[in-house]
Design a protein around this ligand. Structure first.
Ligand code: AKG
Ligand code: FE2
Length: 382
């Protein structure tokens, strides 16, 4: 070809390379997420016996298994909205409870009540209370000691419990998502040889057509200090933007993908329970009960703004990710204690695990993840 002419094929090759690099980066970031959740195979013998330094698993029936069973695609369903029927003075939920706010705009701590004993009205109030507070730590709960099926039945009140495509689950309970870092695990040290931080802001499985709403995570075992979970208020993240900028975001939609998470599971020879999917969701979603608008993008699963060129999409998404990560003034760092259940509304929050303990303590949590409505937006109101 004559010098000076643009070779369209070569150009395309460059493009393909760029895409490959991007795909590799994304795989890296998904490894990071898998790392954050403690994705490793389980050495059951060691976990059950304990080591010289660390005791055995406190909840061995919650140790993660990766049973290679395939599940069909998730079916659309009509979501329930228990918070709609709730009494906003919370007479059933909080009658005898002590409530302390964690910050001025996100987070509360509740003690003096038992989630598992709530009546129907109390369960409705829980959905509304959590939607308002965004994330709530309930102390002294019996959740971890209930039969697993009972905990699942409780969560099912808020929607069908999601089956994760790749995470470990207690044997026989694929609807329970586990976060488990074994005792004597060294991957944190290995990881920090290559990376400066372990922060992975996300909302759970946002690539599903109907991602979760009210979500439950309870501690089974954890380090004496550290391993907190950081939550951000995505409604306030939206409100902080100027009306002109908010207006620009309205009507935009983004692709959320579960493909990279599935690929990274396969790359580490783990399992994928269901064909991975991508879905398009609005960038600003409306909460079906409170009517609040919230940013709904996250660096783990959001890939591209529909209709924007790559550079435009990358620029806008990067701005939003920085905004979410930098706004410590809309975040609550939630602390775990034995018998704590943390409940959050995935529709109006983002969160990240914090991997900061280095004494080799086990960290073990179980998540119940009821699916909610397909995200939708309502018009800009100024
Ligand atoms: O390990 C944590 O603190 C949070 C894990 C997480 O992102 C989740 O369970 O959804
Ligand atoms: Fe999560």
């Amino acid at each position: 070809m004559a010098p000076g002419l643009i070779d369209p094929i070569a150009d395309r090759t460059v493009d393909v390379q760029a895409e490959t690099i991007t795909a590799k980066d994304k795989l890296q970031s998904t490894y990071k997420e898998a790392f954050a959740q403690g994705a490793k195979t389980t050495n059951y013998e060691a976990e059950l016996k304990g080591s010289g330094k660390h005791p055995p698993a406190k909840y061995p029936h919650y140790l993660p298994y990766w049973e290679d069973v395939k599940y069909p695609a998730l079916e659309p369903f009509e979501a329930v909205q228990p918070g709609k029927d709730a009494d906003p003075s919370f007479p059933n939920l909080l009658a005898n409870a002590e409530v302390k706010d964690v910050t001025a705009n996100i987070g509360a701590e509740v003690s003096g009540m038992q989630l598992s004993k709530l009546n129907k009205a109390g369960k409705d109030e829980l959905a509304l209370f959590v939607a308002q507070k965004k994330v709530v730590a309930f102390r002294n709960q019996d959740f971890a000691d209930l039969p697993i099926q009972e905990a699942l039945d409780f969560a099912e009140y808020y929607g069908p419990s999601h089956i994760h495509q790749a995470s470990g689950a207690p044997k026989g309970f694929p609807r329970v998502h586990l976060v488990h870092r074994s005792a004597d695990d060294t991957t944190a040290n290995d990881f920090f040889q290559e990376r400066t931080n372990s922060i992975t802001w996300h909302t759970d499985v946002s690539f599903e057509m109907q991602p979760p709403g009210t979500t439950f995570l309870y501690l089974l075992d954890g380090p004496a200090a550290g391993g907190d979970t950081l939550f951000g208020n995505m409604a306030v993240a939206y409100q902080r933007l100027s009306p002109a900028f908010q207006q620009r975001l309205h009507g935009l939609k983004a692709v959320h993908s579960g493909h990279e998470q599935a690929a990274s599971a396969l790359a580490r020879k783990s399992i994928v329970r269901r064909e991975p999917v991508s879905n398009v969701h609005p960038i600003v979603r409306t909460h079906p009960v409170t009517g609040e608008k919230a940013l709904y993008v996250n660096p783990q699963f959001t890939r591209r703004i529909v209709g924007f060129k790559k550079e435009e999409s990358d620029m806008l998404l990067q701005f939003l990710y920085n905004h979410i990560a930098l706004c410590a003034d809309l975040q609550a760092r939630m602390k775990w204690e034995a018998k704590t259940v943390i409940v959050w509304d995935n529709r109006v929050t983002a969160h990240t695990a914090i991997l900061d303990w280095q004494d080799g303590s086990r960290r073990h949590l179980a998540r119940l993840t009821p699916q909610a409505e397909r995200p939708y937006e309502t018009p800009f109101e100024g």
